[in-house]
Design a protein around this ligand. Structure first.
Ligand code: ADP
Length: 317
């Protein structure tokens, strides 16, 4: 549905988007994750025809974003980071106005306005002016305006930025709901946001895509090997000579000894079922096992490894 090939965008000497290529298919909820200044907004602005790129090309449903921008805009709903709203208009009037701008036939405008009010949970504020709305409701209204022409693709730039934790959860739930019917691309610098909502993640850093995959596959990718923490009651010398004899064990450290309990951190080759093998070893030798834990690699580890930055964990919902 979306194909981006070798896209580059410069602002003077700054290369904001650097030879970026990716595809997105119908049914996907794609998260652009990256630190501030990574190039997420610029990529979205090119895809939504607000900016032209210096090199490369992008198509939406087969239409070129540079040469066929009217067709592209029909297929995309765009919610920029600060939705441009007319503060002195009433909520309904604003949506009807957007419906008109979007060229929705007059006979369908009322129906479509009603539908997006419903989808975005705006019923309780329809009597208000836009300027009276809280930040959360303004964001919902921004979402409603981006959906009014019923586009198959929704692109959102930091949709939860500046919202309070409850509003963030509400918007995330809305994204999930809408994602059942539409392809969604949204950007964020907040890690739990992508793990909570996305089917695929693109990690962007310094204008480049440094990773592309499902949350699970990215975590898997960062695993160079497996690490198992194990605590055993048994004879230290014998345990250590057995561990040394296991060919899948790369190295082990005795990290703690308390009351005859020996805790080891064992690093092994990837995909060796180390935890299971170690369990068998303990059983076969009649030792007792008090702890066996395989360390999991989180998306946060991947992000840190790929971008050299710690992630913003503002709302760990
Ligand atoms: P993100 O959305 O990931 O925070 P942006 O796409 O906004 O990143 O920015 C990417 C880079 O381009 C940053 O270095 C930013 O300072 C620069 N940049 C963005 N917009 C402009 C602009 N209008 N003029 C000059 N530089 C810009």
């Amino acid at each position: 549905m979306i194909e981006v090939k070798n896209l580059t965008k410069r602002y003077g000497p700054t290369v904001a988007v650097d030879n970026v290529s990716f595809n997105a298919k119908a049914g996907e909820v794609l998260g652009f994750l990256g630190p501030n200044g990574a190039g997420k907004t610029t990529t979205m602005r090119v895809l939504t025809c607000y900016l032209s790129a210096d090199e490369g090309n992008a198509t939406v449903d087969g239409y070129d974003v540079f040469d066929q921008s009217v067709e592209v805009r029909k297929r995309i709903g765009y919610l920029p980071e600060s939705a441009p709203l007319y503060l002195d208009m009433g909520v309904i009037d604003y949506l009807k106005f957007i419906a008109q701008v979007r060229d929705i036939p007059k006979s369908q405008r009322q129906q479509r306005t009603k539908e997006v009010i419903d989808i975005c949970g705006l019923e309780s504020v329809i009597q208000k002016d836009v300027g009276e709305l809280s930040k959360g409701f303004r964001q919902r209204l921004g979402l409603a305006q981006s959906l009014i022409h019923n586009p198959p693709i929704l692109i959102m730039d930091e949709p939860t930025s500046g919202l309070d934790p409850n509003q963030i959860i509400e918007i995330r739930n809305l994204i999930k709901e809408i994602g059942k019917e539409k392809m969604i691309i949204f950007s964020t610098h907040i890690l739990p946001e992508v793990s909570a909502t996305c089917s695929r993640i693109l990690i962007i850093n310094n204008g480049k895509i440094v990773a592309n995959g499902s949350p699970e596959s990215l975590a898997e990718r960062a695993k160079g090997g497996e690490v198992v923490d194990i605590t055993i009651r048994g004879p230290a010398e014998k345990i250590e000579s057995k561990l040394q004899g296991l060919n899948f064990v790369n190295e082990f450290d005795c990290v703690n000894t308390v009351d005859g309990l020996l805790s080891y951190r064992i690093a092994s080759e990837k995909g060796t079922n180390a935890a299971e093998e170690l369990f068998q070893l303990v059983v076969q030798n009649g030792w007792s096992l008090t702890e066996l834990r395989q360390e999991s690699v989180s998306l946060e580890d991947v992000f840190r490894e790929l971008t050299g930055e710690s992630v913003n964990k503002e709302v760990a919902a």
